[in-house]
Design a protein around this ligand. Structure first.
Ligand SMILES: NC(=O)c1ccc[n+]([C@@H]2O[C@H](COP(=O)([O-])OP(=O)(O)OC[C@H]3O[C@@H](n4cnc5c(N)ncnc54)[C@H](O)[C@@H]3O)[C@@H](O)[C@H]2O)c1
Ligand SMILES: Nc1nc(=O)c(N)c(NC[C@H](O)[C@H](O)[C@H](O)COP(=O)(O)O)[nH]1
Length: 226
């Protein structure tokens, strides 16, 4: 499986303000670029923190891209995936609508009632890990369901844990022309952080987009095209 992490940060590396409500860092050109990556992906993943903050739908917005997918015999939209150890996704979340298949990855610790609620809402519940969703087990379960290209849109907790597990192949970061600040504001990679064994990246491209800059990185040591 090819795992592509994409996010937008402020010039000082924040994903959102300390209040965690959605902050539009990207401009129209960057959102269109993300839409194109979604259209090429089999699934788009977020952590439940992002669901609670942003209520994203994670669908492809451009109608021509949707039509191209359908013409190729693919589902209109990529599947949606939420990493949700305890089953905190609200049952009226946008990504639980019927626009696309949705996988809710939960841990064994998730209450049975929540799992039933997701199944009733039409989602497929996948148990991976005991206390917290185990990223490797979760991605293996997605691969078993035919997902070869996964786009991860955040947030910082999920992105860190995928780097920690050595699962990220590609990173694109749009750095927008704003400063957010705040020691408690989420950053691109939160979690515990590394003190050794820092992932090494190779710069693949730099591009000016809107009023910011897009950075493309490959993650070193990953097998080619997997
Ligand atoms: N600017 C951007 O590109 C962008 C993108 C996405 C989110 N955001 C912002 O990021 C914030 C949310 O990020 P966050 O870091 O708080 O939450 P997150 O989206 O990373 O979700 C974290 C939660 O996911 C669950 N989870 C399950 N398995 C996990 C695992 N293996 N590793 C990590 N988490 C796991 C846990 O419940 C954890 O609390 C919001 O403010 C949102 O607006 C910004
Ligand atoms: N690329 C990007 N730039 C941003 O400035 C920003 N705030 C996000 N945030 C990602 C987050 O998951 C958003 O909620 C989804 O981009 C919304 O997706 P929908 O339009 O609901 O499909 N992503």
């Amino acid at each position: 499986m090819h795992v592509h992490v994409n996010a937008a940060t402020s010039a000082d590396g924040k994903l959102a303000s300390r209040e965690r409500s959605q902050l539009r860092i990207s401009g129209p050109e960057d959102f269109d670029r993300v839409d194109a990556i979604r259209a090429e992906s089999d699934a788009v993943a977020v952590g439940v923190g992002t669901v609670l903050a942003d209520d994203p739908s994670l669908t492809v917005k451009d109608e021509d891209r949707v039509a191209d997918r359908e013409g190729d015999g693919r589902p209109s939209h990529p599947a949606r995936v939420v990493f949700d150890s305890r089953g905190r996704t609200p049952t009226d979340a946008a990504l639980l609508d019927d626009a696309a298949t949705t996988y809710v990855l939960v841990a064994e610790a998730a209450p049975e009632g929540r799992r039933e609620a997701f199944a009733s809402a039409g989602a497929e519940v996948v148990v991976a890990g005991s206390d917290r969703v185990d990223p490797s087990a979760g991605l293996d379960a997605l691969a078993d369901r035919g997902i070869d290209r996964l786009l991860v849109e955040g947030g910082g907790e999920l992105i860190f844990s995928l780097f920690e597990a050595g699962l990220v192949d590609e990173l694109t970061v749009y750095v927008g022309a704003t400063v957010v600040g705040g020691r408690d504001a989420p950053t691109l990679a939160d979690g515990e952080g590394f003190v050794e064994g820092f992932p090494e990246l190779s710069l693949d491209g730099v591009e000016r987009l809107d009023d910011g800059v897009l950075l493309r990185w490959a993650v070193d040591g990953r097998p080619a095209d997997e």
